[in-house]
Design a protein around this ligand. Structure first.
Ligand code: TRP
Length: 377
């Protein structure tokens, strides 16, 4: 099944287009809203503001957390260029789960990238380390308490590596061609099939004897475009009788809009602000590209007010740059009433981004050393 809900928007792992109707997506995919979460989750702005808006089987994680039982968090990244604020959304969740006590697994999907996009393993590796890993560490990920690996090089421990690759190979028997098509569309290739199986193994292998030693609840936080991968892995995990897995849990975040609308994407420099952009570059991009929900003239804006729902500057504040709910609300209300002008809203964002980037760049210098040491071991 190709998941095209209607002509207006498309969300699949290979394409995200149009104005996304998240309610419709949830109904179509059978996802539940994230509501009634315990206090520790509500303290996190991404959960509280419903940016992480839906889940499947998340109850298992909440139960493990409240019962002080072990659980894992597993996710993966496609190393595709500059690390931007859209990627930070995932990093913030990973770090949150690590602090909560989850066992953290992080896969670099270099095999997937090689098979579907960019057959330059050395470049992929460099991007994964310099962009992703370094920024994760600078944002606060404790590398010593995280199992970070490349799909192409699971582990130097042969027992572990075999277990991971064997699982991917054995899952193959239980998948159908139609399921692969749901994950990668009609231009499915053997390489893409292999990657989908490897991703299923990514999600399930923490539960193997060689890793956590037993089946434990595992949450996979992803963008909603990745759901076909999850459905595949969930189905395969129940069909393969040689293993017993605790069914996967997953959460879904909405996409941080790109500066000009659409998705923030590393293939278009004017769609994102990278965490390595200088404060000056970021300021220029906000002024020049950030889509405004304001009116055409000041008179109209004062009279009719702006639309924070589509205003990219407001959205970036909401996705974390303004951590204080009360301040965010008053920015929202003032913009909506017309009291706050687009240029003023952009200025608020620019100040927040500038402050963030300045400290982040210092932390990155420190993180480079940490990463270097981490990779030596
Ligand atoms: N397919 C994911 C992407 O395109 C990357 C990925 C690989 C992944 N393995 C994973 C995501 C395991 C979640 C869990 O970004």
């Amino acid at each position: 099944m190709v998941l095209e809900m209607n002509k207006d928007f498309i969300v699949t792992p290979w394409e995200v287009k149009g104005e996304i109707d998240y309610g419709k997506l949830m109904a179509e995919f059978g996802l539940k809203p994230t509501s009634g979460l315990p206090a520790e989750f509500e303290k996190n702005a991404l959960f509280r503001r419903k940016i992480v808006f839906a889940h499947r089987d998340f109850e298992k994680i909440l139960a493990a957390h409240s019962g002080k039982k072990p659980f894992a968090m597993m996710t993966g990244l496609m190393p595709s260029g500059k690390f931007h604020f859209g990627h930070k959304l995932v990093a913030d969740q990973i770090i949150f789960y690590q602090k909560l006590g989850a066992r953290v697994y992080l896969a670099v999907a270099d095999v997937e990238a090689y098979n579907s996009r960019n057959p330059d393993l050395a470049q992929l590796r460099k991007t994964a380390v310099e962009e992703y890993l370094t920024n994760y560490a600078a944002l606060g990920l404790d590398l010593s308490k995280c199992d970070f690996y490349f799909q192409s090089n699971r582990s130097s421990d042969g027992r572990k590596a075999s277990a991971y690759y064997a699982l991917a190979a054995l899952l193959a028997r239980h998948a159908t061609f139609n399921e692969f098509r749901a994950v990668y569309g009609d231009d499915i290739t053997p390489g893409k099939m292999a990657s989908a199986l490897l991703q299923a193994s990514d999600m399930l292998h923490p539960q193997l004897q060689e890793f956590e030693g037993k089946p434990i609840p595992t949450v996979v936080p992803v963008g909603v475009d990745q759901d076909p991968h999850l459905r595949l892995a969930r189905d395969l995990s129940t069909r393969i009788k040689e293993y017993s897995f605790t069914q996967l849990s997953s959460t879904y975040h909405s996409f941080l809009p790109g500066l000009k609308g659409g998705k923030m994407s590393s293939s278009d420099e004017t769609s994102y602000i990278a965490l390595t952009d200088s404060a000056e570059e970021a300021e220029k991009k906000v002024k020049k590209y950030a889509f405004s929900g304001g009116r055409d003239t000041i008179e109209e804006h004062r009279k009719l007010g702006g639309n924070p729902g589509v205003d990219v500057s407001f959205q970036m504040l909401k996705y974390g740059l303004e951590p204080d709910d009360k301040k965010l609300q008053s920015i929202h209300d003032e913009y909506k009433s017309g009291k706050l002008l687009s240029g003023e809203l952009k200025q608020i964002l620019i100040e927040k981004i500038t402050a963030f980037l300045k400290t982040h760049h210092k932390k990155r210098e420190q993180a480079k050393k940490t990463v270097e040491k981490y990779l030596e071991n």
